[in-house]
Design a protein around this ligand. Structure first.
Ligand SMILES: [Fe+2]
Ligand SMILES: [Fe+2]
Length: 291
């Protein structure tokens, strides 16, 4: 019997131009199965279209932490001040943008998936513990060993950190195929993974597909996301262009200064923040500002 091919897409984040480019590439690969590792929505303007596109294909998906965040807004389960604070304007806009069919779709998504065509692989959004717990280059081997000990499979595939990663430890492997819509590895291309399975087990292929970044930035403007999303949309534009995190570092920096995040602070933040510096080092530097 010939082998099986499973494509895994993660962290699309409402970025339709990136998703379209990946779909063309996926179709050429002719996988047996496609799984989507969550964060279809959030941090981008076209959540409803992304959900409709994936739903139409009939691909199974996970519920990421950004599905949780937007559903909390849709169901008005957020603190009262989030309805007026500038920091949450983009989330309010993205939640309002979600069609009822998209809301129903993401509400039903599970927290873990296993492929139907081959065994030994578990897909989660963050870690097996939580969809908001990221496993990245900074995670110790020991921690990865413990996550693998807690599951039946020896290949754990996850998204959430937006950083492609293939790590082997003594009891298995942990793989992140990278982000379709918002990569953080300084490579603007849309990223996903193909997992090949045969008698020898699983082989991982990380794929990167170029697409038109300018088109996403135009959609930021034409959709109204840029204007409504304020400082958050401004930082997300930087994330798309630079393929590096800006939003979370900015919010942590602004909070440390004791101020509400706002557009006027962005130039000062950009003097302090170097997107090429590992985020872990940035947070240590940030902590040192306290003392
Ligand atoms: Fe994400
Ligand atoms: Fe996530």
């Amino acid at each position: 019997m010939s082998g099986k091919k499973i494509a895994v897409l993660a962290d699309i984040h409402g970025n339709m131009p990136a998703l379209r480019a990946v779909l063309e590439d996926v179709d050429r690969q002719e996988p047996d199965e496609v799984l989507v590792a969550g964060d279809l929505v959030g941090r981008g303007p076209e959540g409803s279209r992304v959900v409709a596109t994936i739903a139409e294909r009939g691909w199974r998906c996970l519920r990421g932490n950004h599905e949780d965040y937007l559903l909390a807004f849709v169901h008005r389960e957020v603190p009262a001040e989030w309805w007026h604070e500038g920091e949450w304007a983009a989330s309010r806009w993205m939640a309002a943008e979600l069609e009822p069919s998209a809301v129903r779709f993401i509400e039903e998504l599970p927290f873990e998936l296993r492929p139907e065509s081959a065994g030994g692989l578990l897909l989660v959004h963050g870690s097996p513990r939580s969809n908001n717990d990221g496993l990245g280059p900074w995670t110790s081997d020991e921690k990865l060993v413990r996550h693998l000990e807690a599951i039946d499979e020896d290949l754990l595939v996850c998204g959430h950190t937006h950083r492609p990663m293939i790590r082997s430890v003594r009891n298995g492997r942990v793989v992140n195929p990278g982000a379709v819509g918002l990569p953080f590895n300084h490579d603007q291309r849309a990223q996903y993974g193909i997992f090949h399975h045969d008698k020898a087990g699983w082989r991982v292929e990380l794929r990167r597909v170029p697409y038109d970044i300018g088109e996403v930035l135009r959609i930021y403007e034409t959709s109204g996301f840029q204007e409504a999303g304020g400082v958050t949309a401004e930082l997300l534009r930087l994330e798309v262009r630079r393929a590096a995190p800006f939003l979370v570092p900015f919010i942590r920096w602004a909070r440390l200064l004791g101020s509400k995040p706002d557009s006027e602070q962005v130039p000062e933040f950009l003097d302090f923040y170097d997107p090429d510096e590992p985020l872990h080092d940035f947070f240590i530097r940030l902590e040192s500002l306290k003392s």
